[in-house]
Design a protein around this ligand. Structure first.
Ligand SMILES: Nc1ncnc2c1ncn2[C@@H]1O[C@H](COP(=O)(O)OP(=O)(O)OP(=O)(O)O)[C@@H](O)[C@H]1O
Length: 633
């Protein structure tokens, strides 16, 4: 095959066609190899295309199957993964890990070197924090403290929030997983109290003045986006007030979360952060919230910068949409402990610290799984409510049950429309639900109306895209004539910020509303934890667009009383199980789904597939032979 050609078909059906860029990369690498076989060029292009789509590697097994099923004349390889591995190594482009080759193959996955190294650094760092010096604790006193901070509740047995606290006291890595409203932030604040009490006794104001700074526990909270960081800050401030601790201790806890970008001191136009391995962050504890949205390079960077003896606490929901960039770190980690089972030693420590009996596992990777707990009770949805049940059914891929709940559940409505009827119904409901926005007399009323309802879609462009929906809803709200005579941003318009402005504390995905003030100027209003609302002149704002309807990606991390989810008329690659799970779980009280059963079934039946070798690398480093138990999903 001519090295310059770009085939019109791909080897791996589940990855989009490699682009000219992918083939250019393949060609530049092929020049460094004495091997001229078309299948090798094809493999490299596929690998490059996979990385563009968020995969960090490609499994050899998938590649073998795909190459084997394509025409032998065309591809020229047929054999086992071991044979493929051997041929790859013979190309001179691939090594097992050490040598400076552009590609790495560890016998399971094929990587571009950079992504192998990110995963290797993350795996080594996390293992060090899990397996480093076990923290000694005095269980009797701690048990009393845990009972005081985590009051007994009838929600789950065992009380997984207490278990999270016990795990965090044992080692320097804790991963707290759970769906929306499962109490992750509530737990982490109490857990920080325990760590602070264990590490250094609280100081009063005078002692604080006298005490050298380095004796205070240095804690930071960070999230991948500005919007997520602000949301965590809001939750912290809400929960801090209710903490049963002294004022001194309360004052020593963080009130604000920051973005990963800011935490690392990323500079404009530079990819080199201020903090790194040579200049580590001045921290004893780092909490990373919304960890499912953290991509591989960012995770590697933040772990590099975190001192080796600092504690790391990851919070997140691995069932939500993964990072739009490369990697799916959280769901790879979840594979080590899906069912809250612990090694005998961890189970004994949990029992000593909380009195809870947990299931024991003899799995060889349990040592790593001991860092993990999944909170299973939602404090936000009413127990056993239809929305919670529906979200669970979608998460578990139980399509029949999801359809059943949608048809007969309370608080959920399903309009099984196809094609244009779905758009017409969306418009009708949105017009009615957004009516209070039109009549709101104060910013508070307008923002309340906006918090009450939102339309969520899958796509941005096209007739079913949020851009077209926003224009249609605005037209319906204002009347066609008014819409034609007004600029796109008008009084009572809901707005969606589309870029970060740290100085104004406005972030991509934030919602606000435009209103005319007493001096007839257009002002934008935003909800504010401290002051209720805050107003800014409309011409101060960073980029924004209409926000009656938004994509689920933009809505990630937000909730509304009522959510209308509009499915497109045909299945779409974006419409995965994780997309639907994230969309449905944005609703607090009422859910309206508009779309056909076939599209709904197709979405539930399409779990997003992200190839990653992180779990395999951790397993390898743990020294277990049984890699298949935690093979990447
Ligand atoms: N054990 C508990 N007892 C009483 N209230 C709780 C408990 N755990 C959590 N809550 C409350 O439940 C609500 C949801 O908790 P929280 O915000 O911590 O959940 P989350 O898992 O962080 O949610 P999200 O992922 O959506 O950010 C909050 O109002 C919190 O105060």
């Amino acid at each position: 095959m001519n090295m310059q050609t770009v085939p019109d078909h791909n080897v791996l059906g589940s990855i989009g066609l490699p682009s000219a860029f992918d083939y250019a990369l393949a060609d530049s690498l092929m020049h460094r190899s004495s091997m001229r076989e078309p299948w090798l060029r094809e493999l490299i292009a596929q690998l490059s295309a996979a990385v563009q789509q968020g995969h960090s590697c490609l499994p050899l097994q998938e590649l073998c199957d795909a190459l084997d099923s394509s025409s032998p004349n065309d591809r020229g390889f047929s054999g086992t993964t071991a044979q493929l591995h051997e041929r790859l190594c013979a190309s001179g482009l691939v090594s097992n890990s050490g040598a400076e080759s552009p590609l790495i193959c560890d016998g399971i996955n094929l990587y571009l070197r950079r992504y192998f190294e990110y995963e290797r650094r993350i795996a080594e760092d996390l293992l060090r924090r899990v397996c480093g010096n076990p923290v000694a604790f005095e269980s009797l006193q701690l048990r009393e403290q845990i009972e005081r901070l985590f009051p007994a509740s009838a929600t789950t047995t065992p009380n997984w929030q207490r278990v999270a606290a016990a795990l965090a006291l044992r080692q320097n890595l804790t991963v707290i997983l759970g769906g929306p409203g499962s109490g992750k932030t509530w737990t982490v604040l109490r857990l920080l109290v325990l760590i602070a009490q264990q590490t250094s006794p609280p100081l009063n104001a005078v002692q604080r003045e006298l005490e050298p700074q380095e004796k205070l526990l240095r804690i930071a909270l960070a999230a991948p986006t500005g919007k997520a960081a602000r949301r965590v800050s809001d939750s912290l401030q809400r929960d801090l007030a209710e903490l049963p601790v002294s004022d001194e201790l309360r004052a020593s806890l963080p009130r604000e979360a920051t973005t990963l970008h800011r935490l690392l001191g990323m500079r404009p136009h530079s990819s080199t952060p201020r903090y790194d391995r040579k200049n580590p962050l001045p921290l004893d504890v780092l909490v990373l919230d919304e960890a499912s949205m953290i991509d591989l390079p960012s995770m590697a960077r933040v772990l590099d910068a975190l001192p080796r003896d600092a504690r790391l606490i990851l919070l997140g929901d691995p069932d939500q949409l993964a990072s739009i960039e490369i990697g799916n770190v959280l769901s790879e980690l979840r594979a080590f402990n899906v069912q809250n089972r612990y090694s005998p030693q961890a189970a004994a420590d949990i029992a000593a610290l909380t009195g809870a009996a947990t299931e024991i596992t003899s799995d060889a990777t349990a040592r790593f799984g001991d860092a993990m707990v999944t909170l299973t009770h939602s404090h936000r949805f009413s127990a056993g409510g239809s929305i919670a049940q529906l979200v669970e059914a979608v998460r578990d891929g139980d399509t029949d049950r999801a359809c059943e709940i949608l048809r007969h559940g309370s608080g959920v409505v399903w309009h099984e429309h196809e094609q244009n009827d779905a758009l017409a119904q969306t418009l009708q409901i949105a017009t009615q639900k957004y009516a209070p926005l039109q009549t709101a007399a104060t910013p508070e009323q307008a923002l309340n109306a906006l918090a009450h309802f939102r339309v969520l879609g899958a796509l941005r462009e096209g007739p079913w895209g949020t851009r077209a929906l926003n224009a249609s809803i605005a037209r319906a709200q204002l009347g066609l004539k008014a819409w034609q005579s007004l600029p796109p941003h008008f009084p009572s318009a809901p707005l969606l910020i589309t870029e970060n402005d740290h100085a104004l504390r406005l972030y991509n995905g934030d919602s606000g509303v435009l209103l005319i003030d007493t001096q007839q100027r257009l002002r934008a209003w935003f909800a504010d934890t401290q002051h209720g609302v805050r107003g800014l002149s409309a011409n101060q704002l960073p980029a924004f667009e209409l926000g009656y309807a938004m994509t689920v990606h933009k809505a990630q991390g937000s909730e509304y009383d009522t959510v209308l989810v509009l499915l497109p008329p045909q299945p779409h690659p974006l419409l995965t199980r994780e997309w639907l799970y994230t969309a449905l779980s944005r609703a607090r009280k009422q859910l309206i789904v508009i779309g056909s059963e076939s599209v709904l079934r197709a979405a539930i039946g399409s779990p997003a597939q992200r190839w990653s070798g992180l779990a395999a690398q951790i397993t390898g480093l743990l020294g277990t032979a049984d890699r298949s138990a935690v093979s990447s999903s």
